[in-house]
Design a protein around this ligand. Structure first.
Ligand code: GDG
Length: 460
């Protein structure tokens, strides 16, 4: 164990605010477990022109260091390069990508400015853990600022096939920067293999027998660390007053109808239109279920300033409207589509109430909702998970009903199968899944990443 842990992520869980997400809790725990450290990132504030420099807050023994963005940085770095170029390309949607040089310049400038701010805090024996696609250039920029200590990087989204990654005009720059880290972590074996293959084919890397990757004068490691959830915490949340009240409110309306639930940020990677079509298709095929099943889709809007997200919103509004118009009756609404967010506790209550969870992204790094759904079930009457084979979670949750989300007929069949599955099979599948959710939980994820980073050899 070395010095302090320094975490850098685009968004941070600000002091005093409730830590809603599992990830926020995991990172705060990682800092606490090390006996303190610094969590550095964007404050979430956008200022017209000037930024104010880093603002520091202490909470217990964690220092939070917050930096603002200017409007131009927010537009170019965040909405532009991160969310109009990197996000679509890494999710295999090159058709939606905008390759704008000015956006890349803003991305590079923010990575440089943030790296320099960070370099002011770090001490020689600290270790630095950088998160996600917003900060791909942070490795190179930290090294350029003179930092020689350990730095690790974890990518929360998929690392695409090398041919797809190479569609980014700046792919060499991005990959070389990733090689400035001592450890690069991915969600699945496929992501890790894609990254390694890219380095060999494009940068002439050598893969050594001990797992080290040699690229020019740098050596690094790349490995798989599948992110998890805190299953005990989710089970507790599902028992909370708020969970019961949410389940009660919904239960009164759906009465004894079977409930199918989906919870996703409103994002084109999540396969929401395909999922609604699959539910509609299931109603086409199974008249006997009319009036007997409801599909609840919770989809809090995100990144609304990006065109592709506005298009998705329209598409979903139309689809839900059409399916409901075709099938709804005086006392039955087949789809309840809610473009808003609910508390973590309320969601856990709704997962528990549901007979099936439907998590069918077209591509997803891991997908925590799949694991949260499993963790919220009870052992004596668990719901069934219908899961996309293209979610990272499918590698671990092999007892889910795995589907190709583009195959509407097969997805419709899987929903039907989930709704009609005998209790014995539901229990068997759930036990298999909860074992994996417990074995590789959020604590396992952060501990295994940090142990590998501690073990990374830093060149003398
Ligand atoms: C990225 C990667 C990877 C959703 N709606 C509400 C709400 N949520 C919570 C869920 C879950 C989280 O947000 C979403 O996580 P996902 O993993 O499903 O997806 P992304 O946001 O795309 O996350 C993904 C993840 O990073 C972690 O590495 O798994 O592949 O894309 O925790 O519960 N939470 C609340 N209200 C909502 O309405 N409170």
């Amino acid at each position: 164990m070395t010095g302090r842990l320094i975490i850098a992520s685009n968004r941070i869980a600000a002091p005093g605010a409730p830590r809603a997400g599992g990830l926020a809790v995991a990172l705060a725990d990682a800092l606490a477990e090390r006996g303190g450290g610094v969590w550095f990132g964007w404050s979430g504030e956008v200022l017209e022109r000037e930024t104010r420099g880093v603002r520091l807050f202490a909470e217990n023994n964690i220092d939070f260091a917050l930096a603002d963005l200017t409007q131009a940085e927010y537009d170019g770095y965040y909405l532009g390069y991160a969310n109009r170029a990197l996000w679509p390309v890494f999710h295999y949607r090159t058709d939606l990508a905008h390759f704008d040089e000015a956006d890349f310049a803003a991305y590079e400038a923010v990575n440089r400015r943030f790296a320099r701010l960070l370099a002011q805090f770090i001490r020689p024996d600290d270790i630095v853990w950088v998160h996600d696609y917003h900060f791909l250039l942070m490795g190179a920029e930290l090294r350029a600022s003179g930092w020689e200590g350990r730095i690790g990087f974890f990518l929360h989204i998929p690392f695409p096939a090398p041919e797809v990654f190479a569609s980014l005009p700046q792919h060499h720059r991005l990959a070389r920067s990733l090689c400035s880290f001592d450890l690069v972590g991915f969600q699945t074996e496929r992501d890790t293999a894609n990254f390694r293959r890219y380095l060999v084919e494009q940068l002439g890397a050598q893969l050594l027998d001990d797992g080290t990757i040699q690229v020019a004068d740098r050596s690094l490691r790349a490995d798989t660390f599948s992110i998890g959830v805190d299953p005990d915490d989710i089970a507790r949340a599902a028992e909370s007053d708020e969970a019961r009240s949410a389940a009660g409110r919904l239960g009164r309306i759906t009465e004894n109808r079977a409930l199918v639930i989906g919870v996703d940020r409103m994002d084109y990677s999540k396969g929401l239109p395909q999922r609604m079509e699959a539910f509609g298709r299931m109603l086409d095929d199974h008249a006997e279920l009319h009036g007997g099943v409801s599909f609840l889709q919770i989809a809090p809007p995100s990144r609304e300033a990006v065109d592709a997200y506005q298009d998705l919103r329209q598409q979903l509004d139309q689809l839900a409207g059409r399916i409901n118009a075709d099938y709804a009756d005086l006392d039955w609404m087949p789809i309840r589509y809610l473009a808003r967010s609910y508390s973590r506790d309320a969601l856990a209550g709704l997962y528990r109430l549901s007979r099936a969870g439907i998590v069918t992204p077209l591509y997803d790094g891991m997908n925590l909702v799949a694991k949260e759904f499993v963790a919220a079930q009870t052992a004596d009457d668990p719901g069934v998970l219908v899961l996309s084979e293209f979610a990272g979670a499918a590698d671990q949750l092999t007892a889910a009903l795995l589907v190709n989300p583009h195959d509407i007929a097969a997805s419709a069949d899987a929903i039907y199968r989930a709704l009609t599955m005998p209790l014995e099979e539901r229990v068997e599948r759930w036990q298999d899944m909860i074992r994996s959710v417990r074995d590789q939980d959020i604590g396992w994820w952060r501990r295994s990443f940090l142990a590998a980073l501690d073990a990374a050899v830093v060149p003398a």
